[in-house]
Ligand binder design. Structure first.
Ligand code: 3SL
Length: 237
């Protein structure tokens, strides 16, 4: 089993994901939101690139069946039901509904990875479940989506944690995967402390999203693996 890491969304090229098991990670906050929404009973999630695409899907599926969520510049999009806080997607809101979501980085990373043979969505919240899901697959690529095509601390720490545990299970790591696994290992007693030095973390703090940040750094609290289907939806594995 080989494990590689892509360190930002801009490095997702077809040959890096085709015929591979890919896990897209955007801890703050897209993949944490998606994992939470499915754990809270969402029927499915449809990631789309643009707000107009989301309105189109809502029109086709009927307003009563759909919740529109996401962000631009970390704030809710005009006309959408909710922004990108995981707390917006409680069971009362999301159970049996379709979440149509568009975010700056995470949804783009998922859509750009759709040539993968298996495509999962991961975060700290479901890190153990992800390790279990991919263990034994021949070629695994962890996409640390980053922010605006740049490396971020939170996604790299999460990819590093998953890579570290896969290595413990006997996987061979690429040089980037070794670097991230080492970053995680050397900080594993308090990854949140290192993560809080990151630029996007500080931006969200400035916007008052402290509760989201605390939540998104919780590890292994959701036993859910979102998997991307041929129909372009995320459902529970
Ligand atoms: O870019 C994204 O996909 C978002 O997760 C960013 S934010 O944390 O909601 O600002």
């Amino acid at each position: 089993m080989n494990v590689d890491v892509i360190s930002s969304a801009r490095e997702i090229f077809p040959d890096k994901v085709e015929n591979k098991t890919v896990v897209v990670i955007d801890v703050l906050r897209a993949t944490s939101v998606m994992t939470t929404a499915l754990a809270n009973g969402a029927k499915q999630i449809i990631p789309v690139l643009h707000p107009e695409d989301a309105f189109e899907v809502q029109k086709e599926m009927g307003k009563e069946n759909v919740v529109l969520g996401g962000e631009r510049k970390a704030v809710p999009i005009e006309g959408f039901d909710f922004g990108n806080s995981p707390f917006s997607y409680s069971p009362e809101i999301i159970k049996d509904k379709t979440l149509v979501i568009t975010t700056t980085n995470g949804t783009r990373a998922i859509i750009n990875s759709k040539g993968a043979s298996k495509l999962y969505v991961g975060a700290f919240l479901n890190d153990r479940a992800i390790v279990e899901a991919v263990t034994g697959d021949e070629e695994v690529v962890l996409v640390a989506s980053g922010s605006h095509d740049h490396f971020t601390m939170e996604d790299s720490l999460c990819a590093g944690k998953i890579a570290y545990h896969l290595q413990q299970n006997g996987a061979h790591l690429s040089d980037v995967a070794i670097a991230m696994a080492t970053l995680y290992e050397q900080n594993k007693d308090d990854i949140h402390a290192l993560g809080s030095k990151g630029k996007h973390y500080k931006r969200l703090t400035g916007l008052g999203a402290t509760e989201d940040l605390e939540y998104c750094y919780k590890s292994d609290v959701l036993d859910v693996v979102p998997v991307y289907t041929k129909e372009g939806t995320l459902i529970k594995l």
